[in-house]
Design a protein around this ligand. Structure first.
Ligand code: F6P
Length: 550
């Protein structure tokens, strides 16, 4: 960390300059900004890989962007970026390197952690995954009874679920349609029940995905899955080896569970859970789409890594997106950020980003352990368009809250759609473009009146506009483009964490609930007295037991 990180963010001259600029700008209007600069729609754009990024519909001027970049420079965002890429232990509270970028580094790269080049290990695991995925896909890997594997069930939670589940949905058009791939995460038994109820155990492979291999939800579900499998097959422990593989950093725990470590796909403590789906955690995805497509996805990640690492500040897309977020979060008091993909295949994308962003930047002390007195990560939310339009867009257009939004869309529908369905794509995308236009420019009272609307309805039909959006457009949702999108958001989150001076790579905030759940469970099951249980929880537990007839 450079010395600047010790200066309180909101005492820095660059911060003060932004606050002053915000005051001077006042209620800047997008209509005015576009009128003043006819080239704004083409000028306020950047490209990275296959992604075309339009940021013209933001409440910013050249001066705003310049001041934001100055803040980034003063916070030495690029210095921290370089430290991350070099493998320095920038996750200070856990004393770990942060090297998800090594997961997609080329084979000849050298990235050292504690003096060891980790790249050969990354490629060895990728090769092992590829060989295994090929064996499953070709039918060479069979279950205990000799039947071909037709079902793959990934059991994991958080980063060991959201990434592969999201990417599997995103890349469905690239998957082997003869395979059924499901994801079980919730400790609610209903999740596993629904995932396996119509499956033939003899044809089912369970992938137990857990970085720590101690996560209670995953180990509970894995244990139940094993019981289900052995019960269905009427087999003993010897059947486990053909039906269970593990993705983990913790070989002893994998072994203790009864999975042969030869069937364990390794990753390392320098891969954060929410940054891990391009590691061994992506095995279910790799089986679904095949090793070649998986590697194309990694290439996509790498394209954006290289860009983030080398593009100058003015052209650096993750930096820009991070800074725009800072502008709204810290200088407009925005509380949330919507991510609205106009692709049904990206139905889980925002859910994935919720962990990426909110587990990374939902912090209220800085790296020095001091309480921050500036806002940190926003609430990230959203679902695919056009469904959202008929649900919550009313609030985006006319509500009282400022909600910056990212619109993600594609020029081409996926190749596999029948011509009639592919023809619907223009309608989908017409909505995509119409929404950002409406959000930005709105409709003035005079425009409403000109339509002959009665005066009493004019306020109701007026759209103030000025709702900021980023548009991200690519030709097609391919494995590479998905990798590019994910890396873009990973680095955006990084930029914001660097500016807020928080550790974006720990997640202590999830621990207390885990500890308390462990403590409360005996009260539910045995009616045990739990010392220190508050009166509200005690009463609720008693009510629960009464309702369960205990
Ligand atoms: O509890 C939060 C968390 O630690 C996440 O950060 C992580 O992705 C998830 O749990 C699952 O952890 P694991 O992969 O170790 O089971």
């Amino acid at each position: 960390m450079n010395a600047d990180s010790r200066t309180r963010l909101n005492q820095m001259p660059e911060w003060t300059a932004l606050a002053k600029h915000r005051e001077e700008l006042g209620e800047v209007r997008l209509r005015d900004l576009f009128a003043a600069d006819p080239g704004r729609g083409s000028g306020y754009t950047l490209e990275v890989g296959d992604l075309y990024v339009d940021f013209s519909k933001h409440l910013v001027t050249d001066e705003t962007l310049r001041l934001l970049r100055e803040l980034a420079a003063a916070r030495d965002v690029f210095g921290l970026r370089d430290a991350m890429f070099r493998g320095e232990k920038i996750n200070t509270t856990e004393k770990r390197a942060v090297l998800h970028t090594a997961l997609r580094a080329p084979g000849d790269a050298v990235i050292e952690v504690d003096g060891e080049n980790v790249v050969p290990k990354v490629h060895a695991v990728l090769d092992k995954m590829s060989a295994f995925a090929d064996r499953v896909r070709s039918g060479e890997w069979t279950g205990h009874t000799g039947k071909r594997i037709k079902n793959v069930v990934n059991v994991g939670i958080g980063g060991s679920d959201l990434g592969p589940a999201m990417a599997y949905e995103a890349l469905r058009a690239y998957t082997d349609r003869d395979l059924t791939v499901r994801f079980v995460s919730n400790v609610d038994g209903a999740d596993l029940h629904e995932a396996v109820r119509d499956l033939d155990a003899a044809e089912t492979l369970f992938i137990i995905a857990s970085k720590t291999f101690t996560t209670i939800e995953t180990i509970t579900n894995a244990t139940s899955a094993r019981a289900w499998l052995l019960g269905e097959l009427k087999a003993g422990q010897e059947a486990v080896a053909r039906h269970f593989v593990a993705l983990s950093t913790n070989a002893p725990k994998v072994e203790e569970f009864g999975i042969d470590t030869a069937n364990m796909f390794e990753f390392w403590d320098w891969v954060g859970g929410r940054y891990s789906y391009d590691s061994a955690i992506g095995l279910s995805l790799m089986i679904a789409i095949g090793p070649d497509r998986f590697r194309e996805m990694l290439d996509g990640f790498r394209t954006v890594d290289e860009h983030f690492r080398s593009a100058p500040a003015e052209a650096n897309v993750p930096l820009l997106l991070g800074l725009l977020g800072i502008w709204y979060d810290n200088f407009h008091d925005a509380q949330s950020h919507a991510v609205l993909p106009y692709s049904h295949y990206l139905s889980r994308f925002t859910a994935y980003l919720q962990q990426l962003d909110m587990e990374s930047n939902g912090k209220s002390v800085d790296r020095d352990g001091k309480e921050v007195d500036w806002q940190t990560g926003p609430v990230v939310w959203g679902t695919p368009g056009t469904n959202g339009q008929h649900a919550y867009y009313q609030l985006l257009h006319q509500g009282t809250k400022l909600i910056p939004a990212d619109f993600i869309g594609f020029a081409e529908p996926v190749a596999e759609l029948a011509p009639g369905l592919a023809a619907q794509h223009d309608l989908l995308m017409a909505n995509f473009f119409a929404q950002t236009q409406a959000l930005a420019f709105g409709k003035t009272p005079d425009e409403v009146r000109a339509e002959g609307v009665p005066e009493e309805l004019v306020p109701h039909k007026t759209f103030k506009g000025n709702r900021p959006t980023t548009t991200i457009l690519a030709r097609e949702l391919t494995p590479s483009v998905l990798g590019q999108l994910v890396a873009l958001y990973e680095h955006k989150v990084f930029v914001q964490g660097a500016i807020w001076n928080i550790d974006s790579f720990d997640q202590w905030g999830v621990e207390l609930g885990k500890v308390l759940a462990k403590r409360v469970e005996p009260a539910l099951t045995e009616g045990a007295e739990v010392p220190g249980l508050d009166e509200s929880t005690k009463t609720l537990v008693a009510k629960y037991r009464e309702l369960r007839g205990r």
